[in-house]
Design a protein around this ligand. Structure first.
Ligand SMILES: Cc1cc2nc3c(=O)[nH]c(=O)nc-3n(C[C@H](O)[C@H](O)[C@H](O)COP(=O)(O)O)c2cc1C
Length: 355
């Protein structure tokens, strides 16, 4: 309701300014969260020993500094992924660096990981963990390297060491298009040594919590690259994968003034592309590596398509910009109806059914 009133104002502003105001509103409680109903038992998902009350999560990038975990969980998300955090604070690219195209419900961003750095992030997470009563929900931490870091493993391992004990899962972000060199970490010669270092660090620093380690990939890998990455990930011993980050592609139907902006495209134009990657990856790995699906989820049907393509959980970000918090409740309410139509007694039964 409140979103409907504020949207015309927010959408006249620079997207990042509007996002900053939204975060402030959420922090101060000015933007009341949606009253979310009971989660349907058919949506409850257990993965990596963690319980998700429903399979819908907030994707990384919305809450880069872990400031609004409580309000986002109260909005109805089953899980929230915070970050990307880097060891040192950094400003990111010059503004403007986020662009909206309302007619296609699309976003382009070239933020470049602006964030307050590890120390502030850790303080915020500690404060969240002290909240009483603590809201139900899983919290993943998405980690990345500082711009200009020539030894990526140093940054990733530092973050695993510092944050691994606070995380329900860790996401290794090697797929944002806005940090030079980051996507090269997806190649075979870089990926396996990096993941080995990260998994060794986990064993050393957070063996008691033992957070599952997930790798987040780009949707722009071609079939050969995807096959290679799938093979590497199975070999590496990581626990799961997030498919996908934003795309460098620019479908023809986008207005030129929008499409010309450099950065990663997300929202509706990404929906099919990311679902296809999920389907291929699920087939390549024979469903052995749990998948979190992301990319243009803007309805229960979109979420369901990703689940049937092989995702055990799904995430969204861009659609929230256009549809507001009611979207979360709607998806969570409608998913059981879609399950019923297909005669599935539980969401897990639908995973991979169209792969
Ligand atoms: C403004 C913006 C900032 C983002 N920042 C991050 C980030 O810091 N780390 C990350 O892994 N993904 C980031 N993403 C990507 C999202 O997490 C998600 O993978 C992608 O946007 C596809 O989902 P969507 O179409 O629902 O937005 C960002 C996306 C947007 C729109």
């Amino acid at each position: 309701m409140l979103f409907n009133l504020t949207k015309p104002v927010l959408h006249r502003m620079d997207p990042e300014t509007a996002h900053g105001l939204t975060l402030k509103g959420l922090q101060t409680g000015l933007m009341p969260s949606c009253a979310h109903g009971q989660n349907d038992a058919r949506l409850k998902t257990t993965l990596w020993g963690r319980t998700f009350q429903n399979p819908l999560g907030l994707a990384a990038g919305f809450d880069k500094n872990a400031q609004v975990i409580t309000p986002m969980l109260s909005m109805g998300f089953g899980f929230v992924e915070v970050g990307t955090v880097t060891p040192k604070p950094q400003d990111g690219n010059p503004r403007p660096r986020v662009f909206r195209d309302g007619s296609h419900q699309a976003v382009i961003n070239r933020m470049g990981f602006p964030n307050d750095g590890l120390d502030v992030f850790r303080r915020n997470i500690e404060n969240f963990l002290k909240t009483t009563p603590r809201p139900q929900g899983v919290v993943g931490i998405n980690i990345g390297m500082n711009k200009g870091q020539e030894e990526p493993a140093v940054d990733y391992c530092m973050l695993v060491h510092a944050l691994g004990n606070y995380a329900d899962y860790l996401t290794i972000n090697i797929s944002s298009p806005n940090t030079p060199g980051l996507r090269n970490l997806q190649s075979r010669e870089n990926l396996l040594p990096l993941l080995e270092s990260i998994l060794n660090e986990r064993a050393k620093s957070c063996a008691s919590n033992n957070p599952p380690v997930l790798v987040k990939l780009a949707p722009d890998l071609d079939d050969t690259q995807l096959e290679e990455v799938a093979d590497n990930l199975l070999q590496s011993g990581v626990d799961g994968v997030i498919l996908t980050n934003t795309t460098l592609a620019r479908p023809d139907f986008l207005p030129e003034s929008f499409a010309k902006e450099t950065g990663g495209l997300s929202g509706k134009p990404l929906t099919q592309k990311s679902t296809q990657i999920i389907r291929k990856f699920y087939a390549l790995t024979e469903g052995k590596l749990p998948i979190i699906g992301a990319g243009g989820v803007s309805s229960a049907q979109d979420a369901y398509e990703k689940i049937k393509a092989g995702a055990s959980l799904v995430q969204l970000y861009s659609a929230l910009v256009f549809q507001g918090p009611a979207l979360v409740t709607n998806i969570v309410k409608e998913l059981p109806i879609l399950l019923e139509k297909d005669d599935y007694s539980h969401i897990s039964k639908a995973v991979g059914q169209s792969a």
